[in-house]
Write a protein that binds this ligand. Structure first.
Ligand SMILES: [Zn+2]
Length: 248
């Protein structure tokens, strides 16, 4: 297998900046597409730190409407329109209601700027549960997960070139994770807690018990909170770090 796809964890932290980690944002550099998986509030800062701007991204995939997963979009869209004067299309794939929510978010953070959404050549696509949405280079399937109904929470299964990347999004254990991970080359799985069982996030002890059900070739944990970070010496699965790159 050639190592021609790289996934970089620009941010792998939780909503609270635990451990000084940045909000969720992964950059995938593949032959057919350079894309982001989630775009949390700190994403543009993380991108700049890696020499990346909105110009280096053709597509952005969003798992749910929480600030640590989509709050970076206004900064990135403003950068694209005003700083980079972007002419190339930019595809954004979100759960339903994405267009309205991104527009509202821009108006809240930078009043009067939602018109950049009309200036840019934005290709907004939405997915429903179990539906596969195709972009020029990707096939993206959304799976409903258990986190926040109001935020339209999903996990994603992403096909790019000949690889499959699964991402849990934010969720407690759900059997949907089996489908997201099914023979995937990589599963990035949230693991917010170590042994505290929560109704909307995963903990390491539960994940450990369910692990035989996940058939991904490689699993990396992200979204680690303080409790996970304090117990990291007892964790036998790989954990993401901000700036870490995986070759696939
Ligand atoms: Zn989150």
């Amino acid at each position: 297998m050639s190592n021609d796809i790289q996934l970089t964890f620009l941010g792998c932290g939780d909503a609270f900046g635990s451990g000084g980690r940045l909000n969720t944002c992964f950059y995938v550099n593949a032959p057919s597409s350079n894309f982001l998986i989630d775009c949390g509030a700190s994403s543009l800062i993380a991108m700049q730190d890696h020499g990346l701007t909105s110009d280096h991204v053709d597509t952005i995939l969003i798992t749910h409407f929480h600030g640590d997963h989509y709050g970076g979009l206004p900064f990135l869209l403003l950068d694209a329109a005003k700083q980079r004067k972007r002419k190339e299309p930019l595809t954004i794939v979100t759960p339903e209601t994405g267009q309205k929510r991104i527009r509202q978010l821009m108006e809240l953070l930078y009043p009067g700027t939602s018109s950049v959404m009309d200036e840019l050549d934005l290709r907004l696509k939405t997915y429903k549960a179990y539906q596969t949405v195709a972009t020029d280079a990707l096939k993206v399937t959304g799976f409903p997960v258990i986190h926040s109904e109001e935020a339209y929470s999903h996990g994603l299964r992403i096909e790019v070139d000949d690889r499959v990347i699964g991402f849990s999004g934010d969720t407690c254990w759900t059997d949907e994770l089996k489908s997201i991970a099914d023979s995937a080359d990589l599963l990035v799985c949230e693991c917010n807690f170590f042994n505290t069982v929560m109704p909307n996030h995963l903990d390491y002890r539960t994940l450990e018990e369910k692990l035989p059900r996940l058939s991904a070739r490689k699993i990396i944990l992200n979204h680690l909170g303080d409790e996970m970070l304090a117990n990291i010496d007892h964790v036998e699965l790989s954990c993401a770090d901000d700036g870490m790159t995986i070759n696939m």
